[in-house]
Ligand binder design. Structure first.
Ligand code: HEM
Length: 473
């Protein structure tokens, strides 16, 4: 009976592997090309798993708004099981009472404006430190690896916000803090046979499960140590980091759902992973576009001079008034969404969308990268033109399905406000204090904008530039 129903169109697949052979290094780009031929709701099969690829604003609205509840679950990916405490985290928890309760709790306790504001001084301090380093480079007229600097800035801020302190590279084991995190990230995106052929997952033919379990053990020991340290009483007036908040709730026993140390650890890992790289990658892309578009950069600097004033540091209270900067960031996120396929959604029941049958347990992939670059939706779609948002109501909250860098609906990003605060503040500060030149006489048009697919999609090469101070000390 099922097979008589009309599935969305899609390319012809091969026996057993389905369409796996059609995916290259950048699946979001491959999906875009295929959707041009097969349509905005496309059916593909990866191994034994049915996938629905969504590539237009109207179609995205159907999945994320009209039928949001039915597509609000997540698949049980091997990495989520082995390194995310059996999916007790928010990002990969299946839809159900645990996810609903935990999401409500985190939204209230970790992602609220009140909580975000308690870390304002931390952000200011860390950013001022970076500005000092850049001042030094400006005086010596040397090139700076902006990518590395921004990554350590957001990682340091996230570490202190979540765990209460920065981590030295000697932490963890001989691989160091950065090394262990990178290894975990690599494993999380590695092609895992078990995700496409569930029955052979248990055989661990690639040896990935073993490696993931080993890294999860290292992480777990690290978290246990942090949780133990947080059992010591805090000095009066010290800001409560996320570990304090979560442990406080756990110990109070007031939560109406199961909430033990494993849940606390899963959420901490999730929030750390979700916050640091997403913000740094968005900042890198925005600065890259500004370096390629000096006209836009000068206009942002002019606005900053007017709103903030020369010789003054940008404050978080200035951010809402920086209208042009906010258009620049929207435009950078349209062209460079760091999660171009969002996180995978999973259908809970059989459903009909736009006349097509979508079977239960289909993975739904929303290609926001393709939507952001669709010439049917955007004029001069490939160009970086922040002015396109003048007089437009399109914002980043997921109400406008042509621009979805944070997703939309029940599974949309709960950390959007925090992420945007970081991105706006860092970009504003770095272009307010400094003019930037590309190294070795490189022309703007020569700046490499190649993408590298991973847990987030960042630049394939580091962004390097030479700062010059705009203010006299
Ligand atoms: C520029 C920064 C950020 C971007 C672009 C971003 C983007 C996204 C996207 C696209 C999703 C998936 C939405 C979906 O599947 O429909 C997501 C989910 C999520 N984000 Fe963010 N994010 C950012 C910052 C943050 C921050 C700072 C936090 C937390 C401190 C955070 C926490 C989360 C969590 C917990 C989820 C999973 C939600 C769920 O499945 O219920 N994000 N984010």
């Amino acid at each position: 009976k099922r097979t008589q129903r009309k599935l969305p169109p899609g390319p012809k697949g091969l026996p057993i592997i389905g369409h796996l052979h059609m995916l290259g290094k950048n699946p979001h780009q491959d999906f875009q090309k295929l959707a041009e031929k097969h349509g905005p709701i496309m059916s593909m099969r990866f191994g034994f798993i049915p996938n629905i690829i969504v590539s237009s604003p109207d179609a995205a609205k159907q999945f994320l708004k009209t039928h949001d509840l039915n597509f609000a679950s997540r698949p049980s990916l091997e990495a989520a099981k082995h390194i995310s405490y059996e999916q007790r985290n928010l990002s990969f928890s299946p839809y159900g009472p645990y996810w609903r309760n935990m999401r409500k709790l985190c939204t209230l306790e970790l992602f609220s404006n009140l909580k975000i504001n308690t870390f304002q001084a931390l952000r200011k301090r860390e950013l001022a430190e970076l500005v000092n380093i850049l001042e030094q480079a400006a005086q010596e007229h040397v090139a700076v690896d902006i990518s590395t600097r921004i990554t350590s800035l957001t990682s340091d801020i996230s570490c202190q916000m979540v765990f209460g302190k920065k981590f030295e590279n000697k932490e963890f084991d001989e691989r160091g803090f950065k090394g262990v995190i990178e290894e975990g990230m690599k494993m999380a995106v590695a092609f895992n046979l078990g995700d496409y052929f569930p029955y052979i997952g248990a055989l661990d033919l690639q040896g990935l499960t073993k490696k993931m379990k080993a890294i999860a053990k290292v992480w777990d020991q690290f978290f246990e140590k942090i949780l133990d340290e947080h059992d010591q009483p805090k000095e009066h007036g010290q800001t409560k980091d996320f570990v304090d908040t979560m442990l406080g709730i756990m110990k109070s026993g007031e939560s109406e759902f199961e909430f033990d140390r494993s849940h606390v650890k899963a959420i901490l890992m999730d929030v750390f992973a979700a916050s640091a790289e997403t913000s740094s990658t968005t900042i890198e892309w925005t600065l890259s576009e500004l370096l390629r578009n000096p006209r836009v950069l000068r206009k942002v600097q002019k606005e900053l001079e007017q709103v903030v004033g020369l010789d003054k540091m940008v404050e978080e209270s200035d951010l809402e008034s920086l209208e042009y900067l906010n258009m620049v960031i929207k435009e950078a996120m349209r062209l460079h969404p760091v999660a171009p396929l969002l996180l995978p959604h999973l259908s809970i029941e059989d459903c009909t969308v736009d006349g097509f049958f979508i079977p239960k347990n289909s993975r739904v992939v929303i290609n926001v990268w393709a939507i952001g670059r669709d010439s049917k939706v955007w004029t001069d779609a490939e160009k970086f033109l922040p002015e396109r948002f003048v007089g437009s109501n399109i914002d980043l909250r997921g109400r406008d399905f042509e621009l979805l860098p944070f997703g939309s609906g029940r599974r949309g990003c709960p950390g959007m406000q925090l992420g945007l605060t970081m991105v706006r503040l860092v970009v504003a500060q770095l272009v307010h204090y400094f003019n930037w030149d590309l190294p070795n006489g490189m022309q703007q048009s020569e700046l490499d904008m190649t993408e590298e697919f991973g847990i987030v999609v960042g630049r394939a090469t580091h962004l390097i530039a030479i700062p010059t101070s705009r203010f006299k000390k």
